[in-house]
Design a protein around this ligand. Structure first.
Ligand code: EPU
Length: 442
């Protein structure tokens, strides 16, 4: 389908200014939190991306009225008439997203039951949901698997409990938060994820009246309350999108001012950026990222849970590493299959070798399990245009970066996937001087 293809004429540095809005990995969850309130909630800085549209639709299917607020990017959600949704409608609407699983706790509280269809999301590993269901069972939910999905019931009010996550999973931590706030008694969650988006979700819930404490040892304690209010909240900026544009500036030898980028949530990325040889300057409204000229430096990089180097920063930065002098080592410890996208970079002239061993300093869960989860990137290499098929959200953006950095015209297929998490990326590319076009000229 030509609609889903982009021609990228590479070899020109991108330069200019773009703006990031609320974080893709917070906004949909804050929208789910609105279901827990007894009054309307107002969320600001909401980007126009597919994941937001999916959750908006799911909320509406469950009787929540959702409309735009006074300022651009503001959503007002009124949950006063939450009702059961039609299973087929949920399925049809949600198939492309993993967010529906986070509706479980709020729907169990509001209605006593919930339905979860087969889940989508990016193909970057098995993406199991076992932690989520284990957690929900601990709160007292029953779960029945049927052909079309999972049916959950809360025979009585859910009860607080002690939970230790096998891994600090972001989604499972959110599942616990969204369920524990209205559960009876205290919930203690150890080995929790503490990503900035989770802290922001805690802020949302606290505004609603929840009692949540976060200790330095990854323990979260929630004292359940009987009732929550609505909230008014401005979503934290998208640090993952900001880093994607920063990597694009570096890989193409350009300069991008990312309005809205927030230093506090990007400290680890910024350190790494500087080690590679990228320059940045922080001001009150954003961060300017640029390639200062001269060779970039190879680095050793290990992805990890926060405050480590976020896995979603990895793929875009790897494209820039193909331009660095020497051998860079990348150890992906969060998703077992997040390096498959490098095959296409090799097709374009990159030299990236994958390994099953843990090449970083820390042995990870994937070392003994036959996953190609470490990479050695040797550079600098000249990238040449190619035909590319987008594999997942961040990998897809990385292909755009590679095509922009390459000599010649690349055809990038499947670009619609990028709309899941990058607001108006076509307009942004054009405003940065990228030479991109739809093959039919539309
Ligand atoms: N895991 C399990 N069982 C579970 C849940 C997770 O084994 O029940 C494993 C996963 O397979 C993975 C690890 O735990 O190996 C971490 O997964 P996590 O639960 O933290 O990821 P997630 O909540 O599904 C969110 C983001 C991802 C981001 C990760 C890590 C959203 C919608 N997605 O996923 O974002 O990479 O946290 O920070 O918030 C993206 O933006 O492109 C993206 C994939």
């Amino acid at each position: 389908m030509t609609d889903d293809v982009l021609l990228v004429h590479g070899g020109t540095p991108i330069s200019g200014e773009i703006r990031v809005r609320g974080a893709k990995n917070l906004v949909p969850k804050a929208m789910v939190a609105a279901l827990l309130g007894s009054a309307p909630s107002r969320l600001r800085n909401v980007p126009d991306i597919r994941d937001v549209r999916v959750v908006r639709g799911l909320l509406q299917l469950h009787g929540v009225t959702v409309h735009s607020g006074e300022e651009p990017g503001e959503l007002v959600m009124d949950p006063s008439r939450v009702e059961r949704a039609n299973v087929a409608d949920i399925d049809a609407h949600a198939g492309s997203s993993r967010i529906p699983i986070l509706l479980c706790g709020p729907l169990l509280h509001r209605l006593g039951h919930a339905f979860i269809p087969g889940l989508g999301g990016c193909d970057i590993g098995g993406r199991p949901v076992d932690f989520h269901f284990d957690v929900l069972r601990k709160f007292g939910a029953t779960i029945e698997k049927r052909a079309d999905g999972q049916y959950l019931e809360a025979p009585q009010r859910l009860r607080g409990c002690k939970i230790r996550l096998p891994y600090p999973s972001v989604g499972s931590t959110e599942q616990v938060l969204l369920t524990a706030v209205l559960a009876e008694g205290v919930t203690e969650l150890s080995n929790a994820a503490v990503e900035p988006e989770i802290e922001d979700l805690i802020c949302v819930l606290q505004k609603m009246g929840a009692i949540i404490s976060l200790d330095t040892d990854r323990t979260i304690r929630v004292t359940g309350v009987d009732r929550l209010n609505g909230y008014t909240h401005r979503a934290l900026p998208d640090r993952l999108e900001a880093a994607s544009w920063a990597s694009a500036a570096l890989a193409t030898g350009g300069s991008v001012y990312v309005r809205g980028a927030d230093q506090r949530s990007m400290v680890t990325f910024l350190n790494t950026y500087r080690k590679v040889g990228g320059e940045f300057e922080v001001d009150d409204d954003g961060i300017r990222f640029w390639h200062p000229g001269g060779p970039l430096k190879a680095i050793a990089l290990e992805t990890d849970v926060h405050p480590g180097f976020q896995t979603d920063w990895q793929q875009p930065l790897v494209v820039a590493l193909t331009q660095a002098s020497g051998l860079s080592i990348v150890h992906e410890t969060v998703y077992e299959s997040r390096l498959g996208f490098t095959e296409a970079l090799n097709k374009m002239g990159g030299h990236i070798q994958l390994y099953r061993e843990c090449l970083g300093g820390t042995p990870c869960r994937f070392g003994q399990r036959n996953f190609l989860h470490s990479a050695v990137v040797s550079g600098p290499t000249k990238l040449e245009a190619a035909d590319l098929v987008i594999p997942d959200l961040r990998g897809g953006f990385s292909y755009l970066i590679a095509a922009l950095a390459a000599q010649g015209t690349s055809r990038v297929h499947g670009i619609d996937l990028i709309n899941r998490g990058y607001e108006n990326f076509m307009d942004k590319l054009e405003s940065l001087g990228a030479r991109v076009e739809r093959p039919n000229g539309s």
